[in-house]
Every structure is written in structure tokens, then in C-alpha cells.
Ligand binder design. Sequence first.
Ligand code: CA
Length: 234
Amino acid sequence: MSQGETMNDRIMIIEDEAAIREMIGYTLMKEGYQFAEAESVEAARPLIENHKPDLILMDWMLPGMSGLDYTRRLAADPGTRDIPVIMLTAKADEREKIQALDTGADDYVSKPFSSKELLARIRAVLRRRGQENAQGMIEFRGLKLDPITYRVTAGGAAVDISPTEFRLLHFFITHPERVYSRSQLLDQVWGQNVFIEERTIDVHIRRLRRTLAPHGFDSFIQTVRSVGYRFSDK
Ligand code: CA
């Protein structure tokens, strides 16, 4: 990513019009944001997957895949759905703006926009996201997960957990009392584009139980015969 003046929030710009891209880049640089630019979804995708920016400024109309379609995809993928998106749109129609929000965009800015307006939107979205993260501690019967630091404690004691086990536990703890099949867990925890055999899920479940066993929480992960798994304390 191109460096701004400080180590700050990292913003991805996807915009095919060079003049607008430059204006945004200049605005972000002056504010000390780090940023990267791309002129298409195709060019942006590896940067987004590898660097997980803190926010994406997404032009609606792009050559190839549209910004709207890409926003929808990002929102459907567990690996990227937490990245906030601000849609840049030349569309004036209210219905279309609502459509942008419906696909998973957090906000939109209508072209032409001033750098002041853009910065205000960026700050608002990042602030909102920061508040969600700060409140993001998840607890279930003394088992506590911190989605920011990936730390887990059980009755106050630290649990030594791998990132994959963490994601699996995070999904379970936020979706208790419901049975999920192996393929549903695959989609929800690993994402649809990852190739993993379903029985690999069983391996991760076993590991997660082993991790939780010393703290007495392994029984929360219940096998539902011939269906899948459920997280429950009952
Ligand atoms: Ca465009």
C-alpha cells in the first residue's frame, strides 16, 4: 500500500476515473491515511484479500465487474464482510442509493463531492466501526471472545487457541442453539471460495474441543448425529 504520512487507517480506492482517483488520493494523503488505488475490481481484489484495508471507497460504475456487484460479494464473504464500504456514485436516484446500502455498503457519497464531505463520511464510518469493535467482546457462560485481539478466556483463564479454532468458536458462540451441517459451517466460517473437504470440519471440531476441554467447555460443542454440530450449554 502507498504510505501516507502516518501509520493510520488504510483505505482502498477503487475508481476508474484517474482524475477522481488522484483527488481522493491527495485528500487522504494530506490527512495521513495510508491508501492504495485500483482502477478496477480485478486490480483491487488481490490487494483487498492480502491487506484487508480498514475501509473501501468503491466507485459504482467500473469497467468489468461493477462496484455494486463487488460490494455484494465482499458482504457475502466472511473474510471481507467486516470491511466497511463507502460507495461513490454519480446516480442521483434515491432508489439506487438505497440499493447501494442494501448490498452491504455502509454509506455512499454522490459525485461530484468535495474532499471535506468525503473525509466527513470516512470519519463517520470508521468511528462507527470502531465503536462496534470496542463493544465487540462476546460472552457465553463465562467463555469470552475478543474479536480484535483473537484472545479467548474461560472463567478468566487464558485459552490457547489457533486462528481457525477461533473463527469456528466465534461462529458457534454468535449462533448458539442451532444445528449446522458441515457444508453450512464451511460456507459460514471458511467462505464459499475455499476448497476444504467436509470431513476437515470434523478435525477442526476435535481440535476445538481439545482446546476447550481443560476449561470444561468442550461439551458445548455438540454432535448432532447425521446432521452436524450445535453450540449449546444444555
Ligand atoms: Ca466510474
